[in-house]
Design a protein around this ligand. Sequence first.
Ligand code: HAM
Length: 437
Amino acid sequence: MGGMFQSLPGFREFYPEDCAVRNRIFQTWREACARFAFQEFDGPALEPLELFTAKSGPEIVSQLFNFTDKGGREVALRPEMTPTLARLVGARAGSLKRPIRWFSIGENFRYEKQQKGRLRSFYQLNADILGEAGPSADAEIITLLIHVLQSFGLGESDFIIRLSDRNLWLCLLESLAVPEALYPEALSAIDKLEREDGPALIEKLSQAGIPNADKLYAAATELAAINDLADLKTFFGNSDSSVALERLEQWDALMTQIEAQGIASFVKVDLGIVRGLAYYTGFVFEAFQTVGKGRALAGGGRYDNLVEKLGGQPLPAVGFGMGDVTLRDLLELKDLVPEGAESPNAYLVIGGAEERPFALGIAAQLRSEGLRVEYGLKDAGFGKQFKAADHSGARFAVIIGQEEKAGGGAKVKDLQSGKETFVLSAEIADFIVKELP
Ligand code: HAM
């Protein structure tokens, strides 16, 4: 098979049955966002390289699909939607009604080591609120994230949201005198606490030029292990940082609103979440499946400086991205994959060449009424056509033989009940529509 013309590693092909599932996933995403009154936007898949090297951080930069185009421009396929969104909103910040509630569904590209759940091309739902700095926006975004996952039939036994705070992590870095320029490296190393062993991480931290890497490692391990609000308050309780104290008040406000939405059981305080992207500035969170391999379904947080840093005016923002790969794997595991392709409503069984023009007229009529219609493109015996009708999954066979044509109509056969009815051609569409579920 294939050889020379195989698809690239990490890129998927969508045969119709896969495309149908993908469309159902997109449809569920769109319907969930519509319920929260989010508007859809889109942007280019190919962007200037600097859009991503500027603020996304070292991890994403190392995964870019980038090249020089024929005009000598440095370009990259987008690895994420957030910088594009920040640019779009920044360019019109003066005229957009606030808060801005936008979502987008698009393909992203990351040159990752291919593994289960991680591909080089994937689709992402992004939902973001811009223009509101208070925790009510964070609460709304987290509520939407949970609503989206519930819309697929997933529940409390399937996923959790781990909620953390990038600003509290920055308070820790500041208190340990880590130079600000090294925050991205430090956070990216801390992000790997769960996956890498201590000595290796300490080595990585000191190589990045961070002083007292072992002290930072010890404090980070302690903070990362915190799993409730009370412990978090104790950890920062003696802090003389006004930022830390102000953050703890925001935590109370956020948790109150999450409780009011009845979704507190989905949300776990977990300072072990740091997030790999550099631009986050406040609450950060990740949705993980709690069955199977425990992979990440979605991630997001607050990024109050990105719009301004990419050239717009200051505009606070919070949002999340949810990928289609781990989501679909989880839906498969739970037997919740949304129903696939839609079969035709009617399959025309045509007597022969004599009847074909009359039958095509009926097909045109049914289609103009919005019905899905199929028929054989070559003349064939009835037996073969009925087999094809069954195979197509159509609910009705519309039989047009010599006799039916002479009578000005067709025999409509309900392939579920076997019942046959002669119907005049002008009435076939109505007849079928009435019988459909
Ligand atoms: P992220 O955590 O990099 O965040 O990606 C979010 C989700 O996209 C992940 O949880 C995962 O489901 C999916 N994903 C990421 N990389 C891959 C991959 N290589 N293969 C398959 N799925 C993947 C962001 O992208 C942020 N821009 C989200 C955001 C929006 N933050 C604020 N607004």
